[in-house]
Design a protein around this ligand. Structure first.
Ligand SMILES: Cc1cc2nc3c(=O)[nH]c(=O)nc-3n(C[C@H](O)[C@H](O)[C@H](O)COP(=O)(O)OP(=O)(O)OC[C@H]3O[C@@H](n4cnc5c(N)ncnc54)[C@H](O)[C@@H]3O)c2cc1C
Ligand code: SF4
Length: 336
């Protein structure tokens, strides 16, 4: 049985206190929310913090308020997001993405903030310490080279959050509280460009709130590809959102791919292509052919990377067909 390593467990009551504790202990400390990702990672010694700063009791970081826009406390659980009546009705892609994370017990403990900050993943990294030692480790922890791309000076571990692509497609923003104050930035800017430094925020900053704009007039969806219908992380996520005028012409579009790179990838060329067009089958096929090009899957996740790349094109087309009210194809529905 894998055991947790010893650590000190601190329970501050405000986000600023938590940020000050993280600053004080530096690289020896990590924040923990629901712990559904972090605790298994500690058991595999992917991280070895001496101090854990719990975010569970932070004042004002839990709950959902939907007045025009949506405000989510970062400590709100994924189950609460998935089941909230206003979220389901007005931001259905977000409810769907939250409801597709892992399994019910982990969604009851896992938080929306933790989901946006979840570690990147790779076949050579998400293994026990014993397994990783047997192959000489890799750059992300304890080693010096990337085993997927040995000539690379960066890590290509995959961004694997289900809700991050949706938040970006919806234009959400995040509030971060650090030792010196608070700032608000687009969720898209939360992510770095390396599988190790995958978050662009400072390590002592706490994500406290997520703000999602009113998306009345938009049609949105999220589709997830994985081997099993539950538990598995995405090997591809597609968030899509379009706003059409009364005649069905696309006025604005967002397509964001998950699990294809170290960060969520916005398919900007496909978005631009869709504007001014109707969502007919030919336009959708051409948009999907543009959208999948920035996907860079490597041989470091489940199933073959060439197949995952091909599926990016197919799943973008299915997402757009869903928004257009067209049949999506012969796969079983993504939502039970
Ligand atoms: C078997 C299994 C299957 C899973 N499947 C999926 C899946 O399908 N899709 C998916 O997206 N995830 C999946 N996960 C990962 C995880 O359960 C979810 O991402 C969950 O939402 C993480 O939230 P948490 O509160 O438990 O985060 P934690 O585990 O507590 O933290 C995760 C990381 O985020 C940081 N962090 C957490 N909250 C904050 C905050 N407010 N501010 C700053 N930093 C913070 C922590 O320091 C840590 O680095 C799976 C995990 C397991 C074990
Ligand atoms: S992409 Fe390379 S460096 Fe990153 S976790 Fe995988 S093997 Fe390690």
């Amino acid at each position: 049985m894998l055991r947790l390593p010893p650590f000190r467990f601190l329970q501050p009551s405000t986000a600023r206190e938590a940020a000050l504790l993280l600053a004080e202990h530096g690289s020896a400390a990590m924040a923990v929310a629901g712990g559904t990702d972090l605790y298994p990672n500690l058991k595999r010694r992917q991280f070895e913090p001496k101090v854990l700063v719990s975010l569970r009791e932070l004042a004002g970081t839990r709950g959902i308020a939907a007045n025009g826009s949506l405000r989510l406390g970062a400590m709100t659980t994924l189950t609460e997001v998935e089941r909230h009546a206003d979220v389901r009705r007005r931001w259905p892609a977000l409810a769907r993405a939250a409801g597709l994370v892992s399994s019910p017990p982990l969604r009851n403990a896992g938080t929306i903030g933790g989901n946006l900050c979840v570690d990147t993943r790779c076949t050579y990294y998400n293994q026990t310490e014993f397994w990783r030692a047997s192959i000489g480790y890799c750059m992300k922890k304890d080693g010096t080279i990337c085993l997927v791309a040995p000539g690379s000076d960066k890590c290509w571990a995959l961004s694997s959050s289900d809700t991050a692509p949706v938040m970006i497609a919806l234009g959400a923003e995040a509030t971060l509280v650090g030792p010196d104050g608070e700032r608000r930035l687009p969720v898209a800017e939360l992510y770095g460009r390396d599988g190790i430094a995958y978050l662009a925020k400072r390590p002592d900053e706490i994500l406290t709130e997520i703000h999602v704009p009113d998306r009345a007039g938009w049609e949105t969806t999220y589709r997830k590809l994985r081997r099993r219908g539950s538990i598995d992380f995405p090997i591809l996520g597609v968030a899509a959102a379009v706003r059409r005028d009364a005649g069905g012409v696309v006025e604005d579009a967002r397509i964001v791919l998950g699990a294809v790179h170290t960060h969520p990838v916005e398919a900007v060329d496909a978005q631009a292509f869709l504007v001014g067009k109707r969502l007919d089958p030919e336009t959708i096929d051409r948009a999907a052919g543009i959208a999948y090009k920035p996907a860079r899957p490597l041989d470091n996740a489940d199933l073959s990377y060439a197949w995952r790349k091909r599926m990016a094109r197919i799943e973008v087309a299915r997402a757009l067909r869903e928004l257009a009210g067209l049949p999506t194809g012969d796969l079983p529905p993504v939502v039970a």
